[in-house]
Design a binder for this molecule. Structure first.
Ligand code: PLP
Length: 453
């Protein structure tokens, strides 16, 4: 009954512009109705291999009974409660404890509902922390071009993608940006990854000096950039950046919204790349996407300054009605239990070579400029050649064309400009990885023919 209903509704007229009816038309599927494992099914019953885990979040795939049951049980037991005025609830306490166990150096956890809210909270806590320390001028936040941190006013100000700024009157004052650590695109001729990393660290230092170290509060980075095109940091990048931040007493926020919870082959991207953060933003795979939840984890020093100050003034004037929603927290507890009991980290490490091998194999295709990735995240960047110096005219929308070819063959991926992102559910088997990549050559050939026409 529901199927017929869906087919007769004017889906495009109902969809909010942000679900992007035009893009939907291009990918052919208007309504996704069900999901099982790494597959989702549309209103016509067509099957798609979900190579992006939705929006990088369904790490345990779709239709996981244990995770769904944990959510349902919590809805029955205590569907809502808050974390204000001395009250709390079991799932929040248990989840905070789990996060502390897994995230080295993190002492306190503050919950929100979305990644954007987590990053907004990071900005406010960095400001509050510096006010508490009696340095009210130390407020500027440095982020990176092509970084993605969300769409609320502060998180969009940190996001470094033009379409999140143009016509939105962003970034706000106090938000400044530094270079993208993309060696293939940005390195000078002959510059090694280490030399490139050292140059970026030097540029960061110059920026801090120019702005005045007494005005710079925090630096935020995704260990592996996601929506900017899955950009893996060059060798020695965070090792070079970290001492600069320490020298000028600048907080290091690791945005783990995509990287966190096994994606890069460690619990956090910060572990894979020696980020050594002072705080972390967590969301998406925190609950496997089964309920909305995000969190900020803080190191002891920052947490203690904040707590002492709050003790003096009596209240922390920040928090959301749904921050730490019990259903989200129950999903988080269950997701982490599943990551641990089913040894998802070991699985990611085991299947990653096959996944990365497929990406590297496709590097030889004439349309592919670079293949990159780590663990179970990666990208192919389309380019007229392998030099990293040339790009296709964006108006040609080759990435979108390639994505359309793939969807027509039952594979969902995501085009970010001319970079095609891969971020499948982490439960994917080696056979399913082969299936994910099986139509790639044919789709690349079709896109190449389109580019030449
Ligand atoms: N940070 C990163 C790294 C993200 O990828 C995203 C979303 O894709 C966000 C923050 C924002 O999260 P949300 O969309 O839940 O607000």
């Amino acid at each position: 009954v529901q199927l017929t209903n869906m087919q007769t509704r004017d889906v495009e007229a109902l969809l909010h512009p942000y679900t992007n009816a035009a893009a939907h038309r291009q990918v052919g599927a208007h309504v996704i109705e069900t999901g099982k494992g790494v597959y989702v099914y549309d209103e016509h019953g067509r099957e798609y291999l979900e190579g992006m885990a939705g929006l990088w979040c369904a790490g345990l795939g779709f239709g996981d009974k244990e995770l769904a049951d944990a959510v349902a049980e919590q809805v029955h037991k205590l569907p809502y409660y808050h974390l204000f005025a001395g009250r709390s609830h079991e799932p929040a306490i248990e989840l905070a404890e789990k996060i502390k166990e897994l995230a080295p150096g993190m002492a306190r956890v503050i919950f929100q509902s979305s990644g954007s809210e987590a990053n907004d909270t990071q900005v406010k806590l960095a400001w509050y922390y510096n006010n508490a320390l009696g340095r009210p001028e130390k407020k500027k936040i440095i982020s990176r071009k092509k970084g993605y941190h969300g769409v609320t006013i502060a998180s969009a100000s940190m996001t470094g993608l033009p379409y999140n700024h143009i016509d939105w009157d962003l970034p706000l004052d106090r938000f400044i940006s530094t270079g993208t650590p993309h060696h293939w695109r940005e390195a000078l001729d002959g510059e090694t990854e280490q030399e490139f990393s050292a140059r970026l660290a030097h540029e960061l230092e110059e920026l801090i000096e120019r702005e005045g170290p007494e005005t710079v509060a925090a630096f935020i980075a995704e260990p592996v950039m996601g929506a900017g095109g899955v950009i893996v940091p060059p060798a020695g990048y965070f090792e070079a950046i970290r001492p600069v931040l320490e020298k000028y007493d600048v907080l290091m926020i690791s945005d783990e919204v995509i990287n966190g919870f096994c994606r890069t082959g460690e619990w956090f991207g910060a572990d894979t790349y020696n980020v050594n953060p002072t705080s972390m933003s967590l969301a998406k795979q925190l609950t496997g996407g089964y309920a909305p939840l995000s969190a900020v984890a803080l190191c002891r020093e920052q947490a203690e300054v904040i707590e002492q100050h709050t003790g003096k003034i009596g209240t922390l004037g920040h928090g959301f009605t749904y921050g730490g929603h019990p259903v989200g927290c129950a999903a988080g507890v269950a997701a982490i239990r599943i990551y641990q009991e089913r040894k998802i980290l070991d699985h990611v490490r085991k299947v990653a070579p096959k996944f990365q091998g497929h990406l590297q194999r496709l590097k030889d295709h004439p349309l592919v400029g670079e293949a990159r990735g780590v663990g179970l995240i990666g990208a192919l960047e389309l380019s007229p050649d392998k030099s990293g110096k040339k790009t296709f005219d964006p108006a040609g929308k080759l990435g979108a064309k390639l994505m359309g070819e793939l969807v027509a063959r039952g594979v969902i991926l995501r085009a970010m400009g001319d970079s095609l992102g891969f971020c499948p559910p982490m439960i994917i088997t080696e056979e399913e990885i082969d299936a994910l990549f099986a139509p790639m050559e044919e789709c690349l050939d079709a896109t190449l023919a389109f580019a030449k026409a």
